[in-house]
Design a protein around this ligand. Structure first.
Ligand SMILES: C[S@@+](CC[C@H](N)C(=O)[O-])C[C@H]1O[C@@H](n2cnc3c(N)ncnc32)[C@H](O)[C@@H]1O
Length: 325
């Protein structure tokens, strides 16, 4: 019987794998990458664990009955994320592809949409290097121009759809609702505090035209003006979740909070599923929460340094041969 991994080993292995894979991918167009905080790593672990956890379940129920299993990365980036310390990590599209392959349930198709031409063409080359039998399509476009078409094309498939914007850039209900209505599970990175900031600024802005523009954006996303009466950021998130459950044939939502390890406010990952996947979604969240509960800034930085080979790990340190004489 294989020994169950400790939570620490799970995080350590996820980081080491992500860094190792990124090293290979970054040989392609080394100057093209996405640049984010260390907490992006937690987000990427969360996405990869979702894929690793759910692909075997979905493959058993659907792929075996001839329904193609697809990963849709609707705001995909370049395939490499660099932290501010300059450490490269494997981005969401290659990460998902590799996680499904590792579980021996590769996706039939991977569709990545990216508005930035430079990032999109680099992502295409990076995915080409690792795709195995998965058919990969990288679409250089604004998600708002392709989401309805994607929804129509995905009718007979079962999709894992990721919506991972930078705050609310490029996001409107029209651009994301067709994706939220696809058959399968959807994960959304949700910037609760950014929306709260937009709400406060809209309600206090003395310039009517900019206040109206921000109010219009929030109402478009949340579906009505109830948000104006809320005095808690979480309530705005709840309005969005209710809208998706009501209008997009989803039955369940699990919300996982990611604290920014370098300080500042948290953001959330929302996983929408149907009722049959409810138990699995709850387990996914509980496992993520337990595993990441000890990840403060120092712990994460140390693990990143170990993964990069800048420091020796505690395991190596206890091996006498590595103790400096
Ligand atoms: C947070 S990044 C994605 C990071 C990626 N998921 C990862 O973790 O590797 C968001 C990406 O969305 C892209 N983007 C922004 N607006 C978009 C739009 N309207 N349509 C498609 N992509 C968009 C940006 O260029 C950026 O690369």
């Amino acid at each position: 019987m294989t020994k169950k991994k400790s939570d620490y080993d799970f995080i350590k292995e996820s980081i080491e794998k992500s860094i190792e894979r990124a090293k290979e991918l970054q040989k392609i167009d080394p100057d093209v990458f996405d640049e984010y905080d260390d907490h992006s790593l937690l987000k990427l672990i969360c996405i990869q664990y979702w894929i690793g956890f759910f692909t075997p379940i979905v493959a058993k129920h659907f792929q075996s009955r001839g329904k193609p299993m697809i990963f849709v990365d609707s705001m995909a980036g370049s395939g490499i994320t660099k932290t501010k310390k300059g450490i490269s990590l494997c981005g969401s599209s290659p990460g998902a592809l590799i996680s499904a392959n590792d579980k021996k349930h590769p996706f039939d198709y991977l569709v990545s949409v990216e508005i930035d031409d430079n990032k999109a063409s680099t992502l295409e080359k990076r995915l080409d290097k690792i795709k195995n039998n998965t058919k990969v399509y990288v679409i250089h476009n604004d998600i708002k121009n392709v989401s309805q078409d994607l929804k129509d094309k995905l009718k007979k498939s079962i999709a894992f759809t990721l919506i991972d914007p930078q705050a609310f850039k490029g996001i409107s209900w029209d651009s994301i609702s067709p994706l939220l209505c696809t058959r399968g599970d959807i994960m959304v990175s949700w910037f609760e505090w950014e929306l709260w900031r937009m709400r406060c600024s809209a309600l206090s802005d003395t310039n009517p035209s900019s206040a109206n523009a921000t109010m219009g954006r929030i109402t478009n996303l949340l579906g009505n003006e109830d948000w104006k009466n809320e005095d808690d950021p979480e309530e705005l998130t709840n309005i969005f979740i209710k809208r998706v459950l009501n209008e997009c044939q989803k039955e369940h939502a699990e919300v996982f909070k990611i604290k920014r390890v370098s300080g500042g406010n948290y953001f959330k990952m929302i996983l929408f599923t149907n009722n049959k996947a409810k138990k699995a979604a709850m387990k996914w969240k509980a496992n993520m929460e337990r595993r990441l509960s000890h990840m403060n800034y120092d712990a994460l930085s140390t693990l990143l340094d170990v993964g990069e080979g800048k420091m020796i790990s505690l395991d190596q340190y206890t091996d006498e041969s590595t103790i400096p004489q």
